[in-house]
Ligand binder design. Structure first.
Ligand code: SF4
Length: 235
């Protein structure tokens, strides 16, 4: 029987990206091949918590709610081959499937309607992070965070995609431009800028982000769940 390491499942509204506001069943897989210093789900990366659950059990739970959008997230869900049969079983039941990934890995055979990719910039690397004494994760993270072959495969693997960049300062824009020159198969509005942080940013902190989006035809991506529920698990 195929099982998956699950950190949490819950029903909420999608807070980010093209489906913002859509009621969805979230399934968070535990485990990640990266260690972002600002990770907002450390219980699925730095300190993974998990219960092994079967695909049948997960699909039955999803069907018990009226939402017919499923968001398969992490951690890094693409680390787990069991994601393939889970996505197939949910699609068979009529779910629209979003997969949230950093885009460093691929899983042929996956069913996905919206590939939500968050390529990691240098601002994510855990430099001098007390959780990484000796810096082994910082080195690994830096080596893994951008894999253009995997990113392009992720972009091409679903009928729709979004590229969500977490930005801290205007200096991140040069790196984003560099990343985008290596990618293909996306529209400008698929590129999204999301302010870093787990609190609601002051309007003055996001002025430059909104301005940049308007200039380049990119999409400003606020986090609706933070506005509605704060930084709370299960939302
Ligand atoms: S890729 Fe996502 S889950 Fe993994 S460490 Fe970064 S923010 Fe956390």
């Amino acid at each position: 029987m195929t099982t998956l390491p699950i950190s949490e499942t819950f029903v909420s509204i999608q807070g980010e990206g093209k489906l913002t506001g859509t009621p969805s069943w979230f399934c968070r897989l535990s485990g990640c091949n990266l260690r972002c210093t600002w990770c907002d789900t450390p219980y699925a990366s730095w300190n993974p918590e998990k219960a092994n659950r079967s695909i049948d059990e997960l699909v039955t739970e999803a069907l018990a709610h009226p939402a017919r959008h499923a968001v398969l997230t992490g951690g890094e869900p693409m680390m787990f081959k069991g994601l393939i049969p889970l996505s197939q079983a949910l699609a068979h039941e009529g779910f629209h499937i979003t997969i949230e990934t950093a885009g460093t890995l691929t899983l042929p055979g996956l069913v996905c309607h919206l590939m939500s990719i968050s390529p990691k910039l240098a601002n994510s690397t855990p430099v001098d992070d007390p959780r990484d004494p000796g810096g082994a994760w910082a080195k690994r993270h830096e080596a893994r965070r951008l894999d253009y072959e995997a990113l392009n495969e992720c972009i091409a693997s679903a009928p729709d995609r979004q590229l969500k960049f977490v930005v801290s300062t205007p200096s991140d824009l040069d790196e984003i431009d560099g990343v985008l020159t290596n990618l293909r198969g996306y529209a400008p509005s698929d590129v999204m800028l999301m302010p870093e942080g787990v609190t609601l940013p002051e309007p003055s902190r996001v002025d430059w982000i909104v301005e940049t989006c308007m200039k380049r035809g990119w999409t400003y991506c606020p986090r609706l769940h933070i506005a509605l529920f704060g930084d709370t698990r299960g939302t």
